[in-house]
Design a protein around this ligand. Structure first.
Ligand code: SMG
Ligand code: MG
Length: 370
């Protein structure tokens, strides 16, 4: 492919429901949408998962825009590349900024697959299969409200429930869920809200048979996660900590986790995500696909990657309507009554952004030509 043009836009979309985690409450999603145009006119799409605020990651919409505009787009514009997997080698001088890199690389993967007339998952080496979907439920105002929300999600078909926890909102909601919904597949995500001193409270969660505790401690705390895991029956899953294949290998060697959450934005793209997938698979460690409240563009990317065989646990890849009405794309992503999602068929992502919907939430846009 020859990269003839790249488009960048900042979109702002209100969420259907505000989402609260241990680090804050979000009522809208602001993100950079990237398009990559091949010389033939074929267009691919990528969604940058950095948010307006640096609360989940250091990157923001503004830093991503800056790094894309000043470094990443100039590194690829007008260049011919045999495959999308060649892009990361073109920006090795740029440190960090994984979310910005992932958005451009993933847009290139979409064009690459479209040019070959292949669904993106096949281009990544996986056959399409139904993807098991779970839901991530934010911190709610009260336990009864949380239980009502879970009842709605289970009725919609979702088979795995994840709730957000923080000190003071952990044992009581988990006990109430077990009380009302029995042994429903359940996990918790702390988004790094605990310190090693709180570890006793987390050990107390062992009696509830959780699938995993996601990211209990701080991002850089591999050693402390390993110590915590040694005293826990419940598997630890790392999310924020896993920023590269090397860090993933270190985490496994140290015993810092028994499960890994893969997010291409956090890892810097599909090339790095596939490397983490492959090393976990070789080590017999299950992975699952995380979510970043993506629009249908990022959501479709996540589904295609989830077709790889190591994704054996349900991901945070729920239906469009849980997040945005309308979503940016057609056709929307839907969940089946058995809690699975079909990968959109057709070349590339298999979904298209609807131009009027993109225009309605666009705050600014630029297009660069070779
Ligand atoms: O996309 O359904 C989704 C959100 C899943 O909980 C989710 N994501 O730490 O895993 C996580 C969070 C990060 C995003 S919070 C803005
Ligand atoms: Mg998480």
């Amino acid at each position: 492919m020859r990269i003839a043009a790249v488009g960048l836009s900042v979109l702002r979309m209100p969420l259907v429901r505000a989402f609260e985690t241990s680090f804050g409450r979000m009522a809208a999603r602001e993100f950079v949408l990237v398009s990559v145009e091949d010389a033939s006119g074929a267009v691919g799409w990528g969604e940058c998962v950095a948010d307006a605020d640096p609360f989940y990651s250091a990157e923001t919409t503004t830093t991503a825009w800056h790094v894309l505009e000043k470094y990443l787009v100039p590194a690829v514009l007008g260049r011919s590349v045999p495959a999308a997997s060649d892009l990361p080698a073109m920006w090795t001088r740029v440190r960090g900024h994984h979310m910005a890199k992932a958005a451009l690389e993933m847009a290139a993967w979409d064009v690459d697959a479209r040019l070959r007339g292949q669904p993106l998952c096949e281009r990544l080496g996986a056959a399409a299969r139904p993807i098991a979907s779970g839901v991530s439920i934010g911190i709610e105002g009260s336990i009864p409200e949380l239980l009502d929300r879970i009842a709605l999600e289970l009725a919609a078909g979702y088979r795995r429930i994840k709730i957000k926890i923080k000190p003071g909102w952990d044992r009581a909601p988990v006990a109430a869920i077990r009380d009302r919904f029995g042994d429903v597949p359940l996990m918790v995500d702390a988004n790094a809200a605990y310190t090693p001193a709180d570890a006793a409270g987390l050990t107390g969660l062992d009696e509830f048979g959780l699938m995993m505790i996601e990211q209990p401690l701080d991002y850089g705390d591999l050693l402390r996660h390993a110590r915590l895991q040694a005293g826990l029956r419940t598997p630890i899953c790392l999310d924020e900590s896993i920023t590269s294949p090397d860090v993933a290998a270190d985490a496994l060697e140290l015993g810092a986790c028994r499960i890994i959450n893969i997010k291409p934005g956090r890892l810097g793209g599909f090339v790095a995500s596939m490397a983490v997938h492959d090393l976990c698979r070789a080590a017999g460690v299950p992975v699952w696909h995380g979510g970043m409240l993506e629009s249908g563009i990022g959501r479709a990317h996540n589904l295609h990657l989830s077709a790889l065989p190591g994704f054996t646990l349900p991901g945070d890849v729920a239906a469009s309507r849980r997040y945005f009405v309308p979503d940016l794309i057609e056709p929307p992503i839907d969940v089946a009554p058995d809690g699975t999602i079909q990968i959109p068929p057709g070349p590339g992502l298999g979904v298209e952004p609807v131009p009027e919907r993109v225009a309605a939430c666009r705050m600014h846009a630029v297009r660069y030509h070779a």
